[in-house]
Design a protein around this ligand. Structure first.
Ligand code: ADP
Ligand code: MG
Length: 396
């Protein structure tokens, strides 16, 4: 990795100000944490820092509080408590993120102790990357560690601003993400296959265009495949089609042909009268979609086609489900593609909120080389964008 990590600097006895992504899902009624994967993902970094006798000061956001208001519902006490359980040592919790009281708590912190700051999004300056708020945060540390890959695409005070004011390095989770995504993208073994799905071309055109230059085969599924099929002249009935993206789909197909790339589109689909009418589901060829039907998943012939492409791959990048996988009747395409990726020997990288959820639901996480913890961040990384939270880190 071109960026320095916590292994490259001396953290012994230092005040280490670390940004993590502890934006965990919670039960709306009780506020109880329903999944602590994000907290667990930061444990290797936190444990290392504590073994090194650093004074660990943690920053994160949680939810979407109104900026400038300290809403109890978004306080971090439950998160600090869960971290305490997982670390097996006390975690102090501040009721603010900056200011004299927090500074006093930091001054009292001993090597090997942990302090969690209050939700940084309680401060209006945070998401504006306000210099004053960055300076107040930077006062609390000697070095800055970013281990929040999930928010690395945001230039906020805690994810980027502070990094200009303190020596800034990556934590282990950040390092792993950069190596896995960057490795698959820039040092891929061929055949290199990308599978792009999801609802809309509009959301995925950046990743399609960037990956098309790198891959041998681009597989397109999900709702956005409809727009490509329409561009080829097929009738899509009541399916989701982005009329204003048809020209763009034509350009992508022309570019693939010109570059000698294989672009795979569905040859059959699962149609139904509506998403909420799974009992009407049937598989039809793409030339037989009735005017009153919606295409909601890829069909069995397409599954075979896509599985065969994945079977030969040495590198696979997957983002976006093949159909409306939230409904069982339209989940088969996504599940079968997930099985194929899991079964292949390829270096496999999966990113994106819904794609990762589908892999987890299918119980296949263990068989994927890397599952990205960042939804929006991994998408932007795969689009070839520079993520501000990474750019700010010191070069090796
Ligand atoms: P990710 O979060 O993995 O990046 P997206 O958010 O882009 O994925 O897309 C996921 C959404 O796309 C899901 O909610 C799914 O229901 C929807 N979707 C997939 N296929 C279709 C389709 N054929 N018609 C309508 N929606 C679809
Ligand atoms: Mg999504």
């Amino acid at each position: 990795m071109a960026k320095q990590s916590i292994k490259d600097i001396d953290v012994k006895g230092k005040r280490v100000l670390i940004r993590v992504d502890f934006n965990v899902p919670r039960n709306k009624a009780t506020g109880e944490i329903t999944n602590d994967t994000r907290i667990q993902a930061a444990l290797p970094t936190l444990n290392y820092l504590l073994e090194q006798d650093a004074k660990v000061i943690i920053m994160t956001h949680l939810g979407r509080p109104k900026a400038g208001e300290f809403e109890d519902e978004f306080r971090l006490d439950a998160v600090a408590k869960r971290l305490e359980e997982l670390l097996g040592r006390p975690v102090k919790k501040a009721n603010e993120a900056v200011g004299p009281e927090v500074e006093a708590m930091v001054a009292a912190l001993q090597p090997g102790e942990v302090l969690m700051l209050e939700n940084v999004r309680f401060y209006a300056g945070e998401t504006k990357n306000n210099e004053e708020f960055s300076a107040q945060l930077a006062k609390l540390g000697d070095v800055y560690v970013n281990d929040a890959f999930g928010t690395a695409h945001r230039a906020h005070c805690s994810t980027e601003g502070v990094g200009h004011l303190l020596p800034a390095v990556a934590g282990f989770l950040m390092e792993k993400e950069i190596e896995a995504l960057g490795g698959a993208l820039n040092h891929a073994e061929h055949p290199f296959v990308a599978i792009i799905g999801g609802a809309k071309v509009a959301d995925k055109i950046g990743i399609i265009q960037h990956l098309l230059e790198k891959v041998d085969t681009l597989i397109i599924g999900g709702g956005m495949a409809n727009t490509f099929l329409q561009a080829q002249g097929y009738a899509l009935g009541k399916s989701l089609v982005e009329e204003e993206k048809i020209e763009l789909a034509k350009e992508v197909m022309a570019k693939a042909t010109a570059g000698g790339k294989k672009l795979l589109l569905p040859v059959d689909v699962i149609v139904a009268d509506g998403i909420d009418l799974p009992e009407t589901a049937a598989s039809v060829g793409i030339d037989a979609i009735a005017a009153d039907k919606m295409a909601l998943d890829i069909g069995p012939e397409t599954i075979k086609l896509y599985q065969a492409a994945v079977a030969d791959a040495k590198t696979v990048i997957w983002n976006g489900p093949m159909g409306v996988f939230e409904v069982d009747a339209f989940a088969e395409g996504t599940n079968q593609v997930a099985q194929a990726v899991a079964a292949s020997d390829a270096n496999s990288v999966v990113g994106g909120g819904d794609s990762v959820a589908a892999i987890e639901k299918a119980g296949l996480s263990e068989k994927i080389s890397h599952i990205s913890t960042g939804g929006g961040a991994s998408l932007e990384f795969l689009e070839g964008k520079v993520l501000p939270g990474i750019a700010v880190l010191l070069e090796k």
